[in-house]
Ligand binder design. Structure first.
Ligand SMILES: Cc1cc2nc3c(=O)[nH]c(=O)nc-3n(C[C@H](O)[C@H](O)[C@H](O)COP(=O)(O)O)c2cc1C
Length: 189
């Protein structure tokens, strides 16, 4: 299985770190990772993880300016793409077919080839432009999965919150990681 993972410059780079960590035991899943410059900056600002560590979690790594990369073409077969977190700028680029980075180009490939695309847009509050861009993509079959913490699972720390969200994103691909915080009914709480 080949999954493209775009990491853009919205706050929440930790979600990408956790998601890639979760994928490590799945040796049959190859991650094709692209990290934007602002994502690199945010990783430094908001986490204790180094860029080298994040990059080491990728099976394949591409420069966001490298339009000649494999994932830039529909003829390279992939099972889909996740953009986590997805900035409003990258969202706008995808919604308008403006492929000026490898992340937006790879997403454009998913749309034109009818492949799975999951975006995790992060901004608050959301403007009408942001909402319209999300609606446009949703109507095209894109899964819009914003990082929104849930509390029914009684998170004890930030890791619990982030892991739950990363689990929800991977669920979209039928990749079901073990997580004892899944909802199992009121009677079991
Ligand atoms: C610390 C920090 C946090 C940011 N958080 C967000 C955010 O949550 N959502 C967003 O859309 N942009 C956010 N931005 C702005 C984006 O990084 C900026 O629009 C950038 O051009 C996105 O480029 P990219 O999509 O190519 O990574 C943030 C920037 C910084 C420096």
């Amino acid at each position: 299985m080949n999954i493209v993972i775009g990491i853009s410059g919205a706050t929440g780079t930790i979600y990408a770190v956790k998601l890639l960590e979760m994928l490590q035991p799945f040796k049959e899943i190859h991650s094709h990772v692209i990290i934007s410059n602002w994502a690199k900056k945010n990783l430094e600002v908001e986490t204790h993880y180094s860029l080298e560590y994040l990059e080491s979690l990728a099976t394949f790594l591409y420069d966001n300016r490298d339009m000649g990369a494999k994932v830039s073409s529909g003829s390279f077969l992939t099972n889909g793409m996740i953009i986590v977190p997805c900035s409003m700028k990258t969202l706008a680029a995808i919604a308008n077919g403006y492929s000026d980075s490898l992340i937006s180009r790879a997403a454009d490939v998913m749309l034109k080839e009818g492949r799975k695309l999951v975006i995790c847009p992060r901004e608050t509050p959301l403007s009408t432009i942001h909402l319209e861009n999300m609606l446009k993509l949703s109507k095209m079959g894109v899964a819009v999965v914003p990082p929104m913490p849930s509390f029914y699972n009684n998170p004890k720390n930030i890791d619990d919150v982030v892991n739950h969200q990363a689990m929800k994103i991977l669920d979209q691909f039928g990749i079901h990681v073990k997580n004892d915080k899944r909802w199992t009914g009121l009677q079991n709480q």
